[in-house]
Ligand binder design. Structure first.
Ligand code: APR
Length: 237
């Protein structure tokens, strides 16, 4: 039996699949990841991108933060690829219970997924720090300099910056989903960033699958590892 046939069989037999994903899931939608050769963190800027995407930088250099954010973090024309679509289909079929993602691009919801746990927030939620009014991503994209609310307050994207904590409720729900999962599929992530990557330890089943272009730290523990492009791979199931 090939690895793909094994994956197909396990999916057919499962009714509680949980997916844990990262930037690699959106690469086939045209959004670069962070740590690959052509990833965002490999490109040269005045400051390292991880510095720019930090709470401290956001506070002290807001103009530069928003210039980088508009140019490098907003891909509002990106469309879901077969990976997003297959996961949404499995949820509709009652096979998949949740997508847990580190991505902030909203492509899982755009593909039709309902239970999407966004560990690092979303570019589609932007709130005024003063009055709490919510704005769409397009408002940030089309604004200049520091985006301002009609009340004059500064609008902040609801994305988790370095030095910021993740939403406790999202973490709790993600842990519960992973603990209950019959099958956990990890895809398109280097598992390099904590606490997100640490959630994997709560999986207790014997169908841990990794689908990733490059090796990951979970490969040795996984029950099935497929190295390749996740959109292509899931698109064949
Ligand atoms: N198919 C499968 N895997 C892919 C594909 C693809 N088409 N393209 C890239 N990958 C893999 C790469 O091999 C890499 O291991 O996806 C992984 C992407 O890893 P990262 O760039 O580190 O992205 P991610 O794991 O999501 O980073 C986690 O870091 O900076 C923070 O908040 C940011 O959420 C992000 C977090």
């Amino acid at each position: 039996m090939t690895k793909l046939e094994q994956l197909k069989q396990w999916v057919m037999q499962s009714d509680n699949i949980v997916f844990f994903g990262g930037a690699g899931v959106s690469c086939e939608s045209g959004i670069p990841d962070f740590r690959s050769e052509d990833g965002l963190y490999r490109q040269q800027y005045r400051y390292p991108p991880e510095t720019i995407l930090s709470h401290r930088f956001y506070l002290h250099h807001p103009e530069e933060f928003f210039t980088f954010y508009r140019n490098k973090m907003l891909y509002l024309d990106a469309k879901p690829n077969p990976a997003h679509q297959k996961l949404a289909q499995w949820e509709k079929e009652g096979k998949l219970k949740a997508v847990i993602t580190q991505n902030i691009d909203g492509l899982h919801q755009a593909a039709g997924s309902k239970e999407v746990l966004e560990l690092h927030g979303s570019v589609h939620r932007n709130y005024c720090g003063k009055c709490g009014k919510e704005y769409p991503a397009s408002y940030i994209r089309d604004s200049q300099g520091i985006p301002r609310c009609s009340c004059g307050g500064r609008i902040k994207p609801d994305v988790v910056l370095y030095e910021e904590s993740l939403d406790e409720d999202v973490i709790a729900r993600s842990v519960m989903r992973i603990q209950e999962a019959q099958m956990l599929i990890i895809g398109g992530t280097s598992l390099a960033v904590y606490p997100a990557a640490g959630l994997i330890r709560f999986y207790q089943g014997n169908r841990l699958v990794v689908i990733n272009r490059d090796p990951t730290p979970q490969d040795d523990r996984a029950d099935l590892v497929i190295h390749g492009k996740i959109g292509e791979i899931l698109g064949q199931l």
